[in-house]
Write a protein that binds this ligand. Structure first.
Ligand code: GCU
Length: 686
């Protein structure tokens, strides 16, 4: 029995229990659809794949008709406008609760026969409802008395591909880019459709195709033609295409002498360019921009600022309904006191100055996708500007595609943190879903972990991060635990022992990686460049803020980055309640201790042990947790298919080896400063 993982969480394997299967079959004697549209067609295709697989029906299409309901129980797909007047009345209050993408799945009785209606205001909403309906069967739930009403809380739910035009992927660990530029536009790889299905199944509705470190060529007609071909595949699935715009494109592909955003020729070049883009792709989503960050060109090259740059592009896009996602990931070599403070200092003064179709895209933390970071202080600090969350799904600093780390657990932690910007309860989730400051435009981005590997993400366990990102983008208040549960049922099995075991592994995995890499708020101590494995000793890179020693500051007196008033003062960038909490040693959560404080090796932790002992014990705890993950996984042998079982087993064994490597390397290195023995319970280096 082999499964290569290609089908992700859309496995649709036959339900073994005949009774369960029969109960479903009896409810599905016909499938009626009332709209003739490409999106409804893909919903019907999905029902076909899903129901034939799960129920073992040989010809689902024979059940489908576009007529009115016969006297048979079944399923009906319809948008609001095609519903009968009776149903419109019956569903009125439900429709009031949902937006354009929200759906309703409801059991009703029509002519004494029970029907399941999947409806919404748009065809895409019906498609989302169809995927949710299939999920009910995938997780063996009852189809009786259905009453599901659900709508996304965030408007732009986007994946960011850091894919280059030569098909390499920056920070990609799952093969090459799935965009086959060479053979586009005429050759449409079947993966494009499966990619769209996977995204639509969780409600992702946008994709930025190219790297934030962009090549301007993507904006030439030769490439736009290829982009248009992809957009056409994605369109029925409700997915819009976006591109990263390189700020210096007017010079690189336009022949201009400058890219100054206030220069008349530059302004009209971009207007013309945007017009051309919309000729190719009428529903183009807009631009993502990385400007004046890590050597990328931007308005500051011309003495202009982020507002000048973003608004110029926003004006060009505005007539067509496009948006600008302007990134806040900036730091410069000129301000070397604390990199963590720079984005806030550069952006917050511009609050309220950006055009209505600009979102500022902010990484979850102020440094860079570390295993754990306190939330970025910009969240909540710009009430007049829509802020987008940028999470990283690909695991640049988290063991790449080798280590199993269930990221929704961490995303949840960030989203539910209270910024206190409008008083208690001002969570990060409320900032990005717009409810805290009544934003008209809202968005969230995830840096994709998808590549050409058969299983898409290099490690089947990490498919859960793509899935979970999508679920949280739809509803940032969901619980990681529930996301894990759904994903396991759809991906592996409904056997309760399997579900429970994998759930345990997933839910402990994030804490484990933090423990064996960067406990107590340590950060950015990975090896240089590739960021895989430990490198806390690195001290010789040209820019100080690239060196791990800049972040841990270990010496004979202690360890940690003082960001309180006495140090860099970064804590001042938070609301005063939060700033107080982080600055005060009694209230600072131990998870962030060394993020905000420089403490002596003898400092007493809450547990009563010294910081040195505690640190060593945390590294060991991380190793122990991975051991546990390996053992749990072993117990699944024979309960899931052999191929995925073996693959994950091998990867977990590597993870265990490397957790020890992290422990040993970091403790040996820090021990030169602490000059202390390892406490009882910590294994000697192997
Ligand atoms: C990190 C990453 C880079 C990436 C950058 C960004 O620094 O290492 O590869 O380009 O983030 O988000 O822009």
């Amino acid at each position: 029995e082999a499964d290569n993982g290609y089908n992700l969480w859309l496995q649709y394997v036959q339900i073994e229990d005949v009774n369960v299967r029969q109960a479903y079959i009896e409810k599905l004697n016909q499938i009626v659809y009332l709209n003739d549209n490409e999106t409804i067609n893909v919903a019907l295709d999905e029902l076909n794949i899903g129901l034939s697989g799960m129920l073992g029906l040989s010809d689902v299409s024979a059940l489908v008709n576009s007529e009115k309901i016969n006297n048979e129980s079944g399923l009906m797909l319809a948008t609001y406008s095609t519903l009968s007047d009776g149903l419109k009345r019956e569903f009125k209050s439900d429709f009031n609760k949902i937006n354009e993408e929200g759906f309703i799945i409801k059991s009703v009785i029509i002519n004494n026969v029970s029907q399941i209606i999947i409806t919404g205001k748009t065809e895409v909403a019906v498609l989302y409802g169809t995927f949710r309906f299939l999920k009910l069967l995938q997780s063996h739930q009852s189809l009786n008395n259905l009453n599901i009403i659900d709508a996304p809380k965030i408007q732009k739910r986007v994946l960011n591909h850091w894919d280059n035009l030569d098909r390499t992927v920056e920070r990609g660990y799952s093969g090459f880019s799935i965009w086959d530029w060479h053979r586009l536009p005429d050759y449409l790889d079947f993966r494009y459709t499966d990619y769209a299905r996977a995204n639509a199944s969780v409600g992702i509705n946008g994709t930025v195709l190219n790297n934030v470190n962009a090549n301007a060529n993507i904006l030439t007609p030769q490439y736009l033609e290829k982009v248009a071909a992809l957009a056409k595949v994605f369109r029925p699935y409700g997915i819009k295409v976006y591109l990263t715009a390189r700020f210096s494109a007017p010079m690189e592909i336009g022949g201009l002498k400058t890219s100054d955003p206030l220069d008349e020729d530059v302004i009209s070049w971009w207007k013309q360019k945007v017009k051309e883009v919309y000729q190719f792709i009428p529903d183009f989503g807009g631009f993502l921009v990385k400007a004046n960050s890590e050597g990328q060109p931007g308005p500051q090259n011309y003495g202009r600022n982020h507002v000048d740059g973003a608004n110029m592009l926003a004006e060009a896009l505005n007539p067509f309904g496009g948006i600008v996602m302007w990134r806040a990931f900036v730091y410069s070599e000129h301000d070397t006191t604390d990199r963590a403070k720079q984005a806030y200092s550069e952006f917050v003064p511009f609050d309220g100055k950006f055009k209505d179709n600009v979102l500022i895209q902010v990484k979850n933390g102020a440094i860079d996708f570390q295993p754990r970071e306190p939330f970025h202080p910009m969240f909540g600090a710009m009430p007049k500007t829509p802020l987008m969350m940028e999470f990283q799904i690909t695991q640049e600093y988290l063991g790449q595609s080798t280590h199993t780390v269930f990221l929704p657990k961490f995303y949840e932690e960030v989203l539910k943190t209270d910024t206190y910007r409008e008083g208690k309860g001002s969570t990060v989730a409320k900032v990005i879903d717009g409810s805290l400051n009544n934003q008209k435009l809202t968005g969230i981005a995830g840096v994709s972990n998808v590549g050409t590997d058969i299983n898409w993400t290099g490690n089947v366990m990490l498919q859960a991060n793509w899935y979970g990102y999508g679920r949280l983008a739809w509803n940032p208040d969901l619980k990681a635990e529930n996301i894990a549960n759904e994903w396991i049922r759809m991906t592996f099995s409904n056997d309760i022992a399997v579900v429970k075991t994998i759930e345990d592994i997933l839910l402990m995995s994030h804490e484990a990686v933090v423990n064996y890499m960067t406990p107590f708020g340590l950060h950015h101590i990975m090896a240089t460049g590739h960021h895989y494995g430990p490198g806390p000793w690195v001290a010789n890179l040209s820019r100080p803020e690239w060196n791990p020693v800049y972040y841990h500051k270990a010496d004979a007196n202690g360890i940690g980055f003082d960001r309180t008033e006495k140090g860099s003062g970064a804590t001042d960038q938070y609301a005063k309640e939060v700033s107080k909490e982080f600055s005060n040693l009694n209230s600072c959560p131990e998870e962030y201790l060394l993020w905000f404080h420089h403490l002596s090796w003898e400092y007493k932790l809450k547990s009563g042990v010294t910081l040195w002992d505690g640190l060593a014990l945390k590294y060991q705890e991380g190793v122990n947790q991975v051991k546990q993950m390996v053992d749990y996984w072993k117990s699944l042998e024979g309960k899931i298919d052999q191929q995925r079982f073996k693959e994950v087993e091998m990867l977990l064994n590597i993870q265990l080896k490397e957790a020890k490597w992290w422990r040993d390397a970091c403790l040996l290195y820090f021990q030169q400063f602490s000059k202390k023995q390892l406490p009882q319970g910590v294994e000697k280096s192997t």
